[in-house]
Design a protein around this ligand. Structure first.
Ligand code: NAD
Ligand code: UDP
Ligand code: UDP
Length: 338
């Protein structure tokens, strides 16, 4: 690394032989949907100090408001495409827009975030000797020709399409992780996250579960993108966060699929949301976007065997929890509640 600076001054707490040192954890993208739930879970452990670095592109301080001012918490406005100097033991590297609307908005920035951002976090991990976990994605499998997807599958990805800034970006990020591991001995962990949903998703973030719930609550038709038979597997956010922490603490570099194998077509999802929120609502078939994967379902054998992890919350249990959060934020009370 070209940055030269004196070594960090050891804090009395961190190096005292009388106290067990706190674990200092950096969460990039910690103001986002999954990141803020991860921060909540990490902060529950009194031995953890958490630093969030986020540029607020798709995240918000609001997601972290309960921790602002807490002595074990620090929030930094920072873009990961720029170098970052902090002293930490672990890095959860989540910073990257995840919704197609946002990652396609400025594709060059998305690929910079994936490539330069991951390189900076690896440079940081190398300098301070931290363990680093990357939140990669099921999108690395592209429009998969193998179903369900195992970690051994190399994927079927268009390198020049409109989604490539995200899925090829994450593929390069995975390559960088393994090259720093092999070349510099960095301790790495790679999670391949499958579609995740839950409270605090951006209401207008364009992903399917948030779209359907917001539309149903507003009394608008549910926009099912054609043909509607494409499938996804939806993981509730608390399960996801538990999986990420188990992976960080566990023995394996990964990549490991973290997701819920329950598979639904978009038409089935729409029917579920309709039944839950408003049976009167209509479905509207609309045009799809290019390169939309036709099917997606994780094989989670590795997560079960290596991490002892599997999801607990079914879609039927998770959707009402998200409905409640969206009702509060949209100020739409439940029928009969007032
Ligand atoms: P999100 O958009 O809610 O959160 C991403 C966060 O990263 C936001 O707070 C955003 O402001 C921040 N960010 C973006 N670019 C940044 C930059 N250059 N510098 C600093 N901060 C930046 O998305 P999410 O759903 O919470 O996703 C978190 C991670 O999980 C992402 O890496 C995403 O690729 C991965 N992932 C998510 C899903 C999913 O279904 N939610 C699926 C697969 C992978
Ligand atoms: N980096 C960083 N924080 C650090 C150390 C490095 O952001 O604490 C950045 C650094 O600016 C560089 C990148 O990480 O762009 C990769 O660092 P590395 O040491 O691997 O490469 P070099 O600096 O030698 O090119
Ligand atoms: N989708 C849909 N209606 C919407 C938004 C998305 O039918 O309003 C479909 C989309 O075509 C895709 C699936 O839902 O097949 C999941 O899309 P999302 O953007 O949530 O996630 P990803 O494509 O990244 O899996």
């Amino acid at each position: 690394c070209k940055i030269t600076r004196p070594p960090p001054t050891p804090s009395p707490l961190r190096f005292s032989k009388f106290f067990q040192a706190n674990l200092r954890i950096l969460v990039t993208g910690g103001a986002g949907f999954i990141g803020s739930h991860l921060v909540d879970k990490l902060m529950e452990n009194e031995k953890n100090e958490v630093i969030v670095a986020d540029n607020y592109f798709t995240g918000s301080k609001d997601n972290l408001k309960k921790w602002i001012g807490h002595p074990r918490f620090e929030l930094i406005r920072h873009d990961v495409t720029e170098p970052l100097l902090v002293e930490v033991d672990q890095i959860y590297h989540l910073a990257c827009p995840a919704s197609p609307i946002f990652y396609k908005y400025n594709p060059v920035k998305t690929i910079k975030t994936n490539v330069m951002g991951t390189m900076n976090m690896l440079g940081l991990a190398k300098r301070v000797g931290a363990r680093i976990l990357l939140t990669s994605t099921s999108e690395v499998y592209g429009d998969p020709l193998e179903h369900p997807q195992t970690e051994e599958y190399w994927g079927n990805v268009n390198p020049i399409g409109v989604r490539s800034c995200y899925d090829e970006g994450k593929r390069v990020a995975e390559t960088l992780m393994f090259d720093y591991h092999r070349q510099h001995g960095i301790e790495i962990r790679i999670a391949r996250i499958f579609n995740t949903y839950g409270p605090r998703m951006n209401i207008d973030d364009g992903r399917v579960v948030s779209n359907f719930i917001a539309q149903a609550l507003r009394g608008e038709p549910l926009t099912v993108q054609k043909p509607g038979t494409q499938t996804r597997s939806f993981c509730y956010v608390s399960d996801m966060v538990n999986g990420l922490i188990k992976l960080m603490e566990g023995p394996s570099t990964g990549p490991i699929n973290i997701g819920n194998p329950g598979e639904f077509t978009m038409l089935e999802l729409a029917e579920n949301v309709k039944e839950l929120i408003n049976p009167e609502i209509e479905l509207k078939m609309v045009e799809n976007t290019p390169d939309d994967p036709r099917q997606r379902k994780p094989n989670i054998t590795k997560a079960k065997e290596i991490l002892g992890w599997e999801p607990k919350v079914t879609l039927r249990e998770g959707l009402p929890l998200m409905e409640e959060d969206f009702r509060q934020r949209l100020a739409i009370p439940k029928k009969g509640a007032i």
